[in-house]
Design a protein around this ligand. Sequence first.
Ligand code: FAD
Ligand code: MLT
Ligand code: ZN
Length: 493
Amino acid sequence: RRWAHSSPPFAGLSSVTEDDLAHFARFLPPTSILSTLSPSATPSSELEPFNNDWMNKYHGKSTTVLKPRTTDEVSKIVKWCNERRIGIVPQGGNTGLVGGGVPIEDELVLSLSNMSKIRSFDDVSGILVADAGCILQSLTDYLAPHNHIVPLDLGAKGSCQIGGNVSTNAGGLRLLRYGSLHGSVLGLEVVLPDGTILDQLTTLRKDNTGYDLKQLFIGAEGTLGIVTGVSILAAPAPQASNNVMLALPKFENVLPLFRETKRQLSEILSAFEFMDRTVYDLAVKHGQGRALNPEDVEGANCFVLVETSGGKREHDEEKLNSLLESLMEAEEPLINTGVIATSPAHFSSLWAIREGLTEAVSKEGKAYKYDISVPLDKFQEVVDKTKDHLRRKGLLCEDTVKYVVGYGHVGDGNLHLNIIAAAYTPEIEAALEPFVYELVASYKGSISAEHGIGAMKTHALQYSKNETSIDWMRRVKALFDPNGIMNPGKVLP
Ligand code: FAD
Ligand code: MLT
Ligand code: ZN
């Protein structure tokens, strides 16, 4: 494998000009155009949130952000950009963690934030059709009175958009229960790189009429087209939800605990989330959720948050209580304690600890985030090996790398390895890459379990995809986007 940062393919792409703005102004209202080039120039500070990612790690130099209101407007923008060879970065809530949603150079940013209408919902089939710019939380709020939920939940739900979720194939906290978006997304409306509208917004559960083209756009990170509408199968809202935070004396107990939890809770298990002690302490330090009582965390090496979602409260509580009893009474208990939620507020505060880890890590320092799939029994080994490696390089100290932490979706074999540094520096990056990718490849894992490739991992794709696969990915890209205008420099090396 060759390890080299490839330079982004911007040769042949044009910058936005005042003439382009004049063209866009023919069909977009002034409020949909933010540009530092326009006669009534937008201050560059207003473009900052579109040019910088959530972690403030990736920085673009875009002069222009367009916020179309309809699919037709998106189509007109894209058609023009294709003719003029202007690079486009589709942007949703800009919560992505791999630099995919911000420009690398001065590409035009196409924000979906003005496309946030719910198009239809059928409470018998559970099929929801919505504009791509709908915020995930607003879809959840819309569905609640209809006794349904979006089959996806993640810590960024207050900002991320369903179009961004689909484009990253986001996994999240309940994939274990509801599966991947490749299963629950029924149809998509996509504006292709030449401006053509591909209407595959079907509301059919079954449709075996040839190639399932929509699957290509799920997880394409905006490199093949712009998702403007999503048809998704919502799940019936659980009638009862419970959770419990389990404190474990050692990592080795996580796997047997998962096996036992699955066996006893079976159909009501909806999440099984892992966090190591260090990251739990950081969550508490940075005010995420309500800290557990000192006696509950004493001697804990790591924690697992278990959630149940079912149809009958008494039945579910009985199952959860009996799981806890059997765990505590075992000859060699797998857990030290279990803190079971006793009220809806308590339930939310336990979740807030887990959901707040990303924010806690970011508040502590600059995070190098590796979102990997490795065998479950290797989670701790990966963290330990990375820590040892950094220590040997003399980089594990307060003013370089402060912490190496692990958390993630055990149920999905997905570990979030986070290296928290005082600053992003070339020295730390060189110590981590390709080290981490080689480690992942040695377990035959994936270098991106759920966050995507974005700008961060284009040069590492070969650690998880063979040459033939990358070659066919390139061919697909060239077929849809021969001029290379869609999210240039992302996904493909
Ligand atoms: P953006 O960040 O705006 O964009 C992400 C990518 O999708 C970019 O490549 C962009 O070009 C493309 N894109 C966006 N919208 C469109 C569109 N309409 N058409 C075509 N391309 C588009 N991810 C997980 O998988 N699981 C998690 O549990 C999880 N938790 C998170 C928690 C926090 C606190 C944060 C900050 C992020 C988390 N993420 C998680 C990462 C992130 O991938 C998701 O938040 C989300 O799916 C991104 O949606 P977005 O609308 O913000 O997309
Ligand atoms: C999570 O599981 O919390 C998210 O994927 C975000 C992260 O990795 O920090
Ligand atoms: Zn995650």
